[in-house]
Design a protein. Structure first.
Length: 201
């Protein structure tokens, strides 16, 4: 199965590569049944071990529980050959990190963004989920300017290994090192908003 343009992932036709991370590649694809473009996150074949597959499955399950305008929508989870993938809403725009760096923002603009992302996180918390890796890179802004929380690869809905601390160290809340719950997400969001509002008017 190819991830190059023209290849297929289940019923989806691959259009191109949007990006890649340590665990997987994100593709832009077309859904011929529903006549729409989607984003597909595919587990790297080199990281197709049990732990990596379980993490992607956990991301899919976590995101599929959410239905909120400030969270990326998951359409379906599937397997194609040895590949596990998540088909989700394609957000064509930028990230919150890039938006903050592109131009000076007023504190009101920054506050509005973080209030909106907070609503997305709160919806996750109501579903019993903790993101555990909330940061500006994981917030997508569409052409409509609406922020959507994404990349729930570290979100968990059940018990986790107490010996494993998940997250991006520079962004982790103090309580997260001790296995904190949803309060860690709120701490991270507060830290981001404070750091983002420094030089603004």
């Amino acid at each position: 199965m190819a991830t190059a343009p023209g290849g297929t992932m289940g019923r989806f036709v691959v259009l191109g590569v949007l990006g890649a991370g340590g665990m997987g590649v994100v593709l832009q694809a077309f859904d011929p049944e529903l006549d729409r473009k989607v984003a597909i996150k595919v587990l790297r074949s080199g990281g197709a071990g049990v732990e990596a597959r379980a993490r992607l499955q956990r991301e899919a399950q976590a995101m599929a529980k959410l239905s909120h305008p400030n969270a990326v929508t998951v359409y379906e989870v599937g397997r194609a050959g040895d590949h596990l993938f998540i088909a989700m809403e394609l957000v064509e725009g930028t990230t919150l990190k890039a938006w903050l760096a592109a131009a000076p923002r007023t504190w009101r603009e920054v506050l509005a963004m973080y209030v909106a992302t907070g609503r997305g996180l709160e919806a996750a918390h109501r579903a019993g989920l903790v993101h555990r890796d909330f940061k500006p890179e994981n917030v997508l802004l569409g052409a409509d300017g609406r922020p959507r929380v994404s990349d729930f690869g570290l979100a968990e809905s059940g018990a986790r290994d107490p010996e494993v601390v998940a997250g991006t160290p520079i962004y982790m809340a103090p309580e997260q090192w001790l296995g904190g719950d949803s309060t860690a997400d709120r701490s991270r969001r507060g830290a981001r908003s404070c750091s983002a509002s420094g030089p603004q008017d």
